[in-house]
Write a protein of this length. Structure first.
Length: 427
């Protein structure tokens, strides 16, 4: 009796030492700072080695993929062994997701739960699978197949694999979080560079125009879009100005703005026709960017001596021209947005800017600013605000518009860039 008891105790101690050796081996070879796939590979390799099995696999849960939530990360097998069949793979993951508990099978052919997925010549005859849990939340599974020397999986194997899974789950999750944090830092840096690029493209100082006052301001959103404005002196009396809004967000949008700026500036100083400048710019943008990338744009050339304005509106919000008597004209003539289709034709209009008139050019970040009830600020509110401030300077008009928009949205987050250019004839 005593000899039997000592033998059992000795076996228990040997098992405990072996388990501690496995856990120590895993603990000393993997850390959260390693890439997830490297951690998973180490875990699977250690399980195949220490548990004396033919195959091992880790599958991690992807909550965004509802059709295939568990993705095989690493599968380790002895050379010459056949891989687990897809049908069994899928059935196993389904069972684990549903039950979220260990699964031990030593005769897979006769197991009713898998009888329709196991073929007669299947190389898999036994398996042991345990969930990878973090605070009662399953993030994946760890499974091993076919003990060598025709041995059977037992409760000690199940307990050991569960302990390994418990340790591994936390390390895997920590590595995932570190990776996500790194990706977030890269995204934030991308956004910072996008804002910096976008702001650097805007003119540092606006030119002085005889008989005119001009003001401009752009407020980037948290999610950077691609508003862009410019004012260029062509000669002693001619000034070109524009306000555009490119598609997309972040650094790609800022890069498209850079492309648009270079294109417009080159065309402004090499072409006299307003509509031809836009047509040429459209073709250049189309050739140098994807068709899904485009820009809306208002472009005008002002002669400060004759007070003649020639303009082309390429799919942009209609600028507002208020006369001294507060009569309103919307500047619509032009065509569709630029960059998506080649060889487009555009129209232009020519008008005279009367003394005391004010032009307000704006991006849709102004008119489409939303309050918490998802109501838009709208063009009507914009027109009223401008009318109430027509006797003020362009910069004051801009500040009053922005203040009124801010009051309207009532603290709701800014979702798009807000840009304004205001030009007033003083004499």
């Amino acid at each position: 009796m005593e000899e039997t008891r000592l033998k059992q105790e000795n076996e228990r101690l040997k098992t405990a030492i072996a388990e501690l050796s496995v856990l120590n081996d895993i603990a000393t070879t993997i850390t959260s700072t390693q890439p997830v796939d490297q951690i998973v590979a180490s875990i699977v390799n250690k399980c195949v080695k220490h548990m004396k099995v033919e195959q091992g696999v880790v599958m991690l849960l992807d909550e965004q993929d509802r059709n295939n939530p568990l993705h095989t990360m690493i599968r380790k097998q002895d050379s010459g062994e056949k891989l687990l069949s897809y049908q069994l793979d899928s059935q196993l993951t389904g069972w684990m997701i549903k039950n979220k508990k260990p699964l031990l099978i030593n005769n897979l052919q006769d197991d009713q739960r898998f009888k329709y997925t196991v073929e007669n010549d299947s190389p898999i005859y036994s398996l042991l699978s345990v969930p990878l849990n973090i605070k009662n939340k399953m993030i994946g599974l760890l499974a091993v197949f076919n003990k060598k020397a025709n041995e059977l999986f037992n409760e000690n194997d199940k307990r050991l694999l569960a302990i390994i899974a418990s340790q591994s789950a936390q390390i895997i999750e920590n590595s995932r979080l570190i990776k996500q944090e790194s990706q977030l830092r890269l995204m934030n840096e991308d956004m910072r560079l996008a804002k910096e690029t976008q702001l650097n493209l805007l003119p540092k100082n606006l030119p002085l125009i005889n008989n005119y006052q001009i003001g401009a301001k752009s407020i980037p959103a948290k999610q950077v879009g691609g508003d862009y404005y410019d004012v260029m002196q062509v000669d002693d009396s001619k000034f070109a100005f524009c306000l555009g809004d490119v598609s997309g967000k972040g650094l790609p949008a800022a890069m498209l703005v850079s492309n648009l700026q270079a294109t417009l500036r080159s065309q402004t100083f090499t072409c006299d026709s307003c509509k031809q400048i836009i047509a040429n710019s459209n073709n250049l943008l189309y050739r140098s960017s994807e068709p899904s990338k485009f820009a809306t744009l208002f472009y005008g050339i002002l002669n400060s001596g004759s007070h003649e304005l020639v303009f082309c509106n390429a799919g942009h919000n209609n600028p507002l021209l208020f006369s001294y008597e507060k009569e309103l004209l919307e500047l619509k003539t032009g065509g569709i947005m630029i960059g998506s289709f080649p060889d487009l034709l555009f129209e232009e209009s020519k008008i005279i800017i009367e003394k005391g008139s004010t032009i307000v050019i704006y991006s849709d970040g102004i008119s489409e600013a939303m309050n918490k009830n998802e109501e838009e600020y709208g063009e009507d509110n914009l027109k009223i605000t401008v009318l109430n401030n027509l006797n003020k300077s362009p910069n004051s008009i801009i500040e009053n518009i922005l203040s009124d928009v801010e009051k309207f949205v009532g603290g709701a987050p800014q979702s798009d860039d807000m840009t304004l250019v205001v030009i007033k004839r003083t004499d």
